[in-house]
Design a protein around this ligand. Sequence first.
Ligand SMILES: NC(=O)C1=CN([C@@H]2O[C@H](COP(=O)(O)OP(=O)(O)OC[C@H]3O[C@@H](n4cnc5c(N)ncnc54)[C@H](O)[C@@H]3O)[C@@H](O)[C@H]2O)C=CC1
Ligand SMILES: O=C(O)[C@@H]1CCC=N1
Length: 269
Amino acid sequence: MNKVAFIGAGNMNRAIILGLINNGVSANDITVSNPSPEKREALAKDYGIKQTANNIDAAKDADVIVLGVKPHLIESVCKELASALPVNEKCFISVAAGTTMAQIQAALGGNKSVIRSMPNTPSQLGLGVSGAFASPQVTPAQKAYADTLMKATGIVKWLDEESEIDHIIAVSGSGPAYFFLFMESMAAEAVKLGFSEQEARQLVQQTALGAANMVVENDISIAKLRENVTSKGGTTQAALKAFTDGGLPELVSTAMQAAIARAKEMANK
Ligand SMILES: NC(=O)C1=CN([C@@H]2O[C@H](COP(=O)(O)OP(=O)(O)OC[C@H]3O[C@@H](n4cnc5c(N)ncnc54)[C@H](O)[C@@H]3O)[C@@H](O)[C@H]2O)C=CC1
Ligand SMILES: O=C(O)[C@@H]1CCC=N1
């Protein structure tokens, strides 16, 4: 079991493909399909993987098929593949938010091997997080192979309940965008303070990188790391008071619950 097809050459599949290539998966074992040529051709040119406009051609020799199209297209892509391929022999990994196991299996024509995975875009750096929930039909060999694939892009958390996928979405699937918004806001203020856009980006990205690495490298709580920056009566305390007075912790909770609610709403379309 070593051939993998990616249906869709968009942001998420591209991030996973880059993660796999950077971790030594052979380009010969990877095929990507996408209706329009630009993104799939760029992937083929840059990384040597195979590409095609035809989903069935991409998937026919694959052991694992990663479904990386927008949620509203997952069912039609599954029906297309099931109409032409022996889907009992394959393992499908859907990365879509808000498309349920039941919907995917029904579109594939029954109880097939399906894994719902929720990755995130830092997968392209090998720094991704993937939550994964497997249907009972997934064999131990398929699960082991899917685990290896996902681990090439970062850490993997296997889930016991499908509903936990929505929680992974709220934390790590959508999570990079929360940090990007925060960094954008800091950079915009840095520009207002007189730094050039390039300087502002450099200051903010290095601060974020340093803070994230301090969390990774130090075996102490994140709260303690925050306290270590916060001199009593000093500048950080003044800034943090503005955040808490403005309701930042509650707002983070509201935002994450909104992501969960939206995932459920998408599933009930
Ligand atoms: N972008 C992210 O950070 C994450 C996205 N996801 C999931 O990944 C999936 C894809 O999202 P993105 O990559 O952001 O979207 P995207 O729009 O960047 O990529 C989707 C790609 O699918 C292609 N496509 C459209 N119809 C197709 C078809 N019939 N057959 C093959 N390819 C087709 C499009 O041309 C496009 O290149 C979604 O279901 C989303 O929920 C999951 C986790 C994180
Ligand atoms: O925004 C979305 O719906 C997808 C799922 C998680 C990240 N991007």
